[in-house]
Write a protein that binds this ligand. Structure first.
Ligand SMILES: [Fe+2]
Ligand SMILES: [Fe+2]
Length: 315
């Protein structure tokens, strides 16, 4: 009987857009920086060593968060934001592995997929420790998340299904993750007085996101500098997504910071040492000022990042 030999397709061959191998991509995009070999040393063998679900072993939920009250509600609202983003990030990053046009992207995106799934699991575990079953958690997320935020995540999944590698890298690594950069720092400041273990989870996730955003920047800077048509297409896409994400953050921050501000009024002694914006203490800074500052930081960072990639910023 005749047998037909099947050869595995080379990475990038599927969509006919294979790029040169990494060693031809030059200094701007070095294979070793994004390898799984490095990931093993830096992540599981580095900052995650000794943790369980991203937090110090044995750290439970603090009593103040366990109690029914406004602080717990704000906490849940925040966890819901994280878990929704991490679920979609995992789905999108795993789809990007299949679309990857070169081997270094292929390998890096496989590690990013695992990072995102780990983030999802760490936040899901926090819900579990709070006594919420997955169905309750999802109901809560449905109630707490804004239509704009859900719309953005759905759009990201639609773009992924359409299979445009560059557009999806922009949507995930530059917009969703890159624009959220300043938030991580503030999230840690907000929660340090109440839940140091959550701060550890956020800090570990932030370190991962730094690598994801760094990869997105380097890959796009390299790719776009070689193809003006792709550059024009990505620019159009980024204009639209930047505006949408700015609106999502605006809405979330107004709600989150407003509620947080009210919730912590009951615990002035815990928050007395927190500096929320440079030179300004949390308790002496209005929610409006905090939101204004955060929005400013988000736009500033985004503009700088797009400049490094070689793109214009509409914000
Ligand atoms: Fe993530
Ligand atoms: Fe990420």
């Amino acid at each position: 009987m005749e047998t037909k030999e099947t050869k595995p397709a080379a990475v990038g061959a599927e969509n006919g857009r294979g790029y040169p191998p990494p060693d031809e991509q030059g200094e701007a995009f070095r294979f070793a920086d994004f390898s799984i070999d490095r990931w093993l040393r830096v992540v599981p063998g580095g900052y995650l060593r000794g943790t369980r679900f991203g937090q110090p072993t044995g750290a439970g939920i603090p009593e103040l968060i366990r109690e029914q009250g406004m602080l717990r509600q704000v906490y849940l609202m925040d966890l819901a934001l994280f878990i929704a983003a991490e679920r979609v990030s995992t789905q999108v990053a795993s789809a990007l592995v299949r679309l990857a046009p070169d081997e270094s992207s292929f390998v890096f995106l496989a590690s990013q997929t695992l990072d995102e799934a780990r983030h999802f699991e760490s936040f899901a575990n926090r819900f579990r420790e709070l006594g919420l079953a997955p169905a309750q958690r999802e109901k809560l997320a449905q109630d707490l998340l804004s239509p704009a935020y859900r719309g953005f995540l759905d759009l990201l999944l639609e773009m992924t299904a359409a299979g445009d590698f560059e557009a999806v890298i922009v949507g995930l690594n530059i917009i969703l993750e890159g624009m959220a950069f300043p938030l991580y720092d503030y999230e840690m400041r907000y929660w340090r007085p109440f839940d140091p273990a959550l701060v550890e989870i956020i800090n570990g996730a932030f370190k991962d996101e730094c690598r994801h955003v760094g990869f997105g920047e380097k890959h796009l800077a390299w790719r776009l500098s070689r193809d003006p048509l792709v550059r024009a297409r990505v620019q159009r896409r980024i204009d639209d997504l930047s505006r949408k994400m700015r609106d999502v953050f605006k809405e979330f921050l107004a709600a989150f910071v407003g509620f947080y501000d009210l919730a912590v009024q009951e615990y002035p002694e815990r928050c007395s040492g927190v500096e929320i914006i440079p030179g300004r203490r949390l308790l002496e800074t209005s929610a409006e000022d905090q939101v204004r500052w955060l929005e400013h930081e988000i736009v500033l960072g985004h503009r700088k990042r797009l400049g490094r990639i070689g793109l214009e910023c509409v914000l």
